[in-house]
Design a binder for this molecule. Sequence first.
Ligand SMILES: C[S@@+](CC[C@H](N)C(=O)[O-])C[C@H]1O[C@@H](n2cnc3c(N)ncnc32)[C@H](O)[C@@H]1O
Length: 254
Amino acid sequence: MKLTSGLEAFWEAASKNYPEQVRPGGPLDMEIAMEKVLNPDCSDRFSKPSVRGWMSSIYPKTFDKRSTKIGALALTYKGLIQLKTPFDLALYTRLIWELQPKTILELGSLQGGSGLWFADQMSLLCEDPGHVHSFDLHTKCIHERAKHPLLTFHNIDLSDLAAFDGEMLTNAPHPWLVIDDAHVQIFSVFDYLNRRFLLSGDYYVIEDNPMKADKEMMDGLQLVERAGFLVDTYYTDAFGINVTCAPNAWLRKS
Ligand SMILES: C[S@@+](CC[C@H](N)C(=O)[O-])C[C@H]1O[C@@H](n2cnc3c(N)ncnc32)[C@H](O)[C@@H]1O
């Protein structure tokens, strides 16, 4: 889906109907925002991980609901636990609308709140909604209210790659959005899913671990780069450079 169509249509309509108002500084002058903030077609959108700086800007676990409402907003959905920052929720909404994923794989279900949120988002934002598959070792923690026709939970130990249901994954339609929020041998899981299943255009988001920016992460992102993935800065930098719990890790397969 081409996001710019809406922006171009706005610019055309405003220029045609209200030429005085689109002058620089005028009330309908959106040129700077469209060039630098809203425009998904900017030429430097995709970047190799190795040329990016690594300043992580937020630490979701430090959000404290006693001192700010951000914590309360970020950490539940429909009364269930959901460990996502408001920034990342907004970024996923944008990505799900732009990508129109047919399959979302979530690694790490916890209580099922985030899987439920992804399923709701998919049903709201996708013209032809697909399915969310959420994987966890501790599936007995999933709440009975985490139910949705587009959502299936799978019991799996992610440290055992052979435990993935290869047939299910082979048949899962693309494009895919994979979210690794389990933090279990993340680059082995990435390598396994990428080699066998991921296609050009699929997205892979690695939450939380990249904030450490340690040697394991640096080495891992070299693997990611060699595998042909680029950082999509339209997401990592939408709220400021790496204002996300997945710094440098909103990755698109070329
Ligand atoms: C950070 S939580 C997931 C949070 C959830 N996605 C959310 O946004 O609310 C990490 C999850 O990884 C799961 N996990 C830990 N070790 C695992 C393993 N070896 N295999 C599968 N899941 C595992 C935990 O049970 C936990 O539910």
